[in-house]
Write a protein that binds this ligand. Structure first.
Ligand SMILES: C[S@@+](CC[C@H](N)C(=O)[O-])C[C@H]1O[C@@H](n2cnc3c(N)ncnc32)[C@H](O)[C@@H]1O
Length: 241
C-alpha cells in the first residue's frame, strides 16, 4: 500500500473515532467509509477508529475445523474457562461450523446453545452435526447483519470467537447482544491479539484489548477480566450491569 493511501486510511480512522464519540447522542455518522478498502480483507468501513474485516465465507469453513486449531486456539481450555453452569443458555454468536457450539453444549446439559450466524450454510453444518451426534440442546438461529434475532433477556452468556471484528454493523450487533443478555449475564469475546505482531493472522482479523474495551464501553457493560492463557488470543469477559 502506498504511504499516501496509508495516511488517508489513518486519517479516516481518526475521523471515525471522533465521529463515534460524538455519535453517542448526536446524528453524526457512526460509520465512516474510505474510498478504498485495505488490502488483506478490509471493508473500507471504520468504526471507532477500526476498519472492519470482511466476513469469512462458508466455503472456508474447513479452516475452522483444521486439526492444528486444537493447539493454536485450545478450544477445550477456552470452554473450561467459561465457568459455565449446567443450566446456562449460551449464545454462540458467529458460530460458523459449530466448532465451539458442541463443546459448549456438553457443559450445559440442562441449558442450551443457540448457534447464531448470518450464513444459512454455516447453520446447515451445525444442524447436520447436531443430527449426526444426536445432540438435543443446540439450536440454530439465523441472524442478520444488524441483529442476533435473539429475544431480550434470554441469554446467560454471549460468546464470540473470531467473529466480532468482522461484524459489518458492530454497534447494532452489540446493541442486540446487550439486549439479549440477562441482567448479570456475561459477554465473552475471544479475538486474536492485535498487540502481538507474532500472531500469524492478518491485522484486520485481530483486535487490541484497548480497542475492544473502547467499543464495549458504549454499552452498560462492566469489564471483568482478560484471560491470557491462549497462544494467539485474548479471552475478554464483560458482564451486563
Ligand atoms: C471466522 S468465523 C468464526 C466461527 C466460529 N466462531 C469459530 O470460532 O469457529 C466468523 C463467523 O461469524 C459470522 N458472522 C459475521 N457477521 C455476523 C453477524 N452480524 N451475525 C452473526 N454472525 C456473523 C460469519 O458468518 C462466520 O461464520
Amino acid at each position: 500500500m502506498s504511504s499516501a493511501r496509508r495516511l488517508l486510511l489513518v486519517c479516516l480512522g481518526l475521523l471515525a473515532t471522533a465521529c463515534a464519540a460524538v455519535a453517542q447522542d448526536q446524528s453524526e455518522p457512526r460509520y465512516v467509509y474510505a474510498p478504498e478498502r485495505s488490502i488483506d480483507g478490509g471493508t473500507g468501513m471504520f468504526y471507532m477508529g477500526r476498519e472492519t474485516s470482511g466476513v469469512m465465507g462458508h466455503l472456508a469453513a474447513e479452516w475452522l475445523e483444521r486439526p492444528t486449531r486444537t493447539h493454536e486456539e485450545m478450544p477445550d481450555e477456552v470452554v473450561e474457562n467459561m465457568a459455565l453452569r449446567p443450566t446456562d443458555v449460551v449464545a454462540d454468536i458467529g458460530a460458523g461450523s459449530g466448532y465451539f457450539t458442541f463443546r459448549i453444549a456438553a457443559k450445559v446439559p440442562q441449558g442450551k446453545v443457540l448457534a447464531v450466524d448470518i450464513q444459512p450454510e454455516m447453520l446447515a453444518m451445525v444442524e447436520a452435526r447436531r443430527l449426526n451426534e444426536n445432540v438435543s440442546n443446540v439450536e440454530g438461529v439465523l441472524g442478520d447483519l444488524q441483529s442476533t434475532n435473539l429475544p431480550p433477556d434470554s441469554v446467560d452468556v454471549a460468546f464470540l470467537v473470531d467473529a466480532y471484528h468482522e461484524f459489518s454493523h458492530p454497534y447494532e450487533m452489540m446493541q442486540s447482544i446487550f439486549t439479549a443478555l440477562k441482567p448479570g449475564g456475561r459477554l465473552i469475546l475471544v479475538e486474536y491479539r492485535g498487540e502481538d505482531r507474532n500472531v500469524p493472522i492478518r491485522p484486520l482479523h485481530k483486535m487490541t484489548q484497548a480497542q475492544v474495551k473502547r467499543e464495549m464501553a458504549v454499552f452498560d457493560l462492566q469489564f471483568e477480566e482478560t484471560l491470557d492463557f491462549l497462544p494467539w488470543q485474548h479471552m475478554m469477559i464483560f458482564s451486563k450491569r
